[in-house]
Design a protein around this ligand. Structure first.
Ligand code: ZN
Length: 89
C-alpha cells in the first residue's frame, strides 16, 4: 500500500485546493509567463469569480503592480480568475 500524500494527511480542503493550483502552475510554467516570474496563480478564494477575495484583488492588485489580464476575464474564452500578472508599478 502506498503512503498517502503528505498534503492529504494534514491539509484542509482549502489547502488542498491551493496545492492543486500550485501544481497546475508548475505544469504551466514552461509554456507561459509563469516561467519568467511575471505571473502567479492564486487561491484562498481568489480562484473563483465573485468571491470577496477576488473582489479585493480587483480593487487593490493594481496598487501593487498586478493586473488580471483580459483573456482571463469571464466571457473571453479562457476564464482563469486565479491568474494574475505583474505589470510593474
Ligand atoms: Zn496562471
Amino acid at each position: 500500500m502506498l503512503p498517502r500524500p503528505r498534503w492529504r494527511r494534514r491539509g484542509t480542503a482549502a489547502r488542498t485546493a491551493c496545492t492543486l493550483v500550485a501544481v497546475a502552475s508548475l505544469a504551466a510554467a514552461a509554456a507561459s509567463n509563469h516561467g519568467s516570474g511575471l505571473a502567479v496563480d492564486l487561491c484562498g478564494g481568489i480562484e473563483r469569480f465573485g468571491t470577496r477575495q477576488y473582489a479585493w484583488m480587483q480593487a487593490n492588485a493594481g496598487r501593487f503592480g498586478f493586473l488580471h489580464p483580459d483573456w482571463a476575464e469571464p466571457g473571453n474564452g479562457r476564464e482563469e480568475p486565479w491568474h494574475w500578472e505583474y505589470a510593474g508599478s
